[in-house]
Write a protein that binds this ligand. Structure first.
Ligand code: EPU
Length: 366
């Protein structure tokens, strides 16, 4: 476990905003988790689990507690009758996992190529792209439960997946630290027709190879052509969610000619289209650029504070609401506190604890 002090959140998140975090604790083995959370509980420090920081927005005042990050690596394979089950440690970079799976001819996550982030964060917001979501292939996750101070396994059905959500970012937000994710992947390829933009690319480039590795290459090419590379442009990917509509609202939107994609029980309205129609694509608002190529994406071009971003966000939401009557919802999470619950066995009683944390438990490195 490595404990670092006073680290700027702007250096840990791809939107590159946010003041100093008091502690950043890097976890290298699961056994270190009780110690890390015990330290936070003892000194009443709020905690926040961060991955690659690609979907998290830091606040200007920083974070007064402990940010905990997985550095645990490893991919373990178990053969199944029709494929391979992969158990991936949470600190692996997500796209390395997709590259590994597709190189073995495994289908199930090739559409999720080039999504920035760590493997452990993938189930939290149920990452999705090009017709796939991680919930389609996720079997279970191994976690540390900060409420019971124990290690446990949660199955996919325990996680109550939805569009960009699971219990990990809703009802149980902050409770579980993801140690590993287990995916059931199969030999084969994605069923056709594929997502519209993939089919278009395949026909324009006369590609007839639909293998996972080939579709990965196509997804990478499409993403590179429209989405910012977080290493060169500060962004958190899609900043707004698409809008789910019930049957009545879907029919009303269709009658007006709005771009709605049918789902099993209604439709999904393309929020990017609303932003474009409101005249905001490509605009620079308080240093935040609405991407001209993918209008759901906000790029931090010259914003110097969270306040700049929040002001730009609110202006976009208001303009779309005034024009179309739809309220856009922010997709990335904000880096705010979760108070660690004291362990019955390891945390001292309140009377013996101090509100001033001393030097962290294991020094700078261990
Ligand atoms: N659509 C379909 N089926 C299709 C084509 C499009 O349902 O065959 C729908 C989409 O679901 C969406 C709309 O049409 O409602 C527009 O789709 P587009 O591919 O242009 O993407 P988007 O809405 O701008 C979403 C994700 C992206 C993801 C792309 C590609 C969100 C908030 N964003 O963006 O995810 O890469 O689809 O699948 O859902 C991210 O979350 O950071 C992100 C970049």
């Amino acid at each position: 476990m490595r404990v670092n002090e006073n680290i700027l959140i702007s250096s840990l998140t791809t939107m590159r905003l946010g003041g100093p975090a008091r502690y950043v604790i890097e976890i290298e083995r699961p056994e270190e988790l009780p110690e890390a959370y015990g330290f936070a509980a003892t000194y009443h420090l709020p905690t926040f689990v961060l991955g690659y920081g690609a979907n998290t927005i830091g606040h200007d005042e920083g974070f007064p507690g402990a940010i905990i990050i997985s550095r645990m690596k490893g991919i373990h394979e178990t053969p199944t009758p029709d494929g391979i089950q992969l158990k991936v440690m949470s600190g692996e970079y997500w796209d390395d996992v997709v590259a590994y799976a597709t190189s073995k001819g495994l289908t199930g996550i090739e559409g999720l190529s080039l999504i920035p982030g760590l493997a452990g964060a993938a189930p939290v917001q149920n990452i999705g792209a090009y017709g796939q979501e991680i919930s389609d292939t996720l079997e279970s996750i191994d976690v540390y439960d900060t409420a019971t101070h124990s290690f446990t396994t949660l199955t996919a059905s325990d996680l109550h997946f939805g569009y960009r959500q699971s219990i990990l970012n809703t009802t149980e937000s902050g409770r579980y630290f993801v140690i590993s994710i287990t995916l059931n992947l199969k030999h084969g390829q994605m069923p056709r027709p594929l997502y519209r933009s993939i089919e278009k690319y395949l026909s324009e480039h006369s590609i007839t190879d639909f293998s996972p590795a080939s579709i990965r290459d196509v997804v990478i090419a499409i993403r590179r052509s429209k989405l910012p590379d977080p290493l060169t442009e500060a962004s958190a990917g899609s900043f707004f969610k698409n809008i789910f509509l019930d049957e009545t609202a879907t029919e009303a939107c269709e009658a007006k000619g709005y771009p709605v994609h049918r789902t099993t029980d209604g439709g999904k309205l393309n929020s990017g289209w609303l932003i474009e129609q409101a005249g905001l694509a490509g605009q620079l608002i308080h240093g935040i650029r609405v991407s001209p190529k993918a209008s759901l994406v906000l790029i931090n071009e010259s914003a110097t504070s969270y306040t700049d971003l929040a002001t730009a966000r609110d202006e976009i939401i208001s303009k779309v609401y005034d024009t179309y009557g739809f309220w856009l919802e922010q997709e990335p999470v904000e880096l705010v506190a979760h108070l660690a619950s004291p362990s019955a066995s390891s945390a001292p009683s309140p009377s013996t604890s101090s509100s001033t944390p001393p030097t962290p438990p294991t020094g700078a490195t261990k």
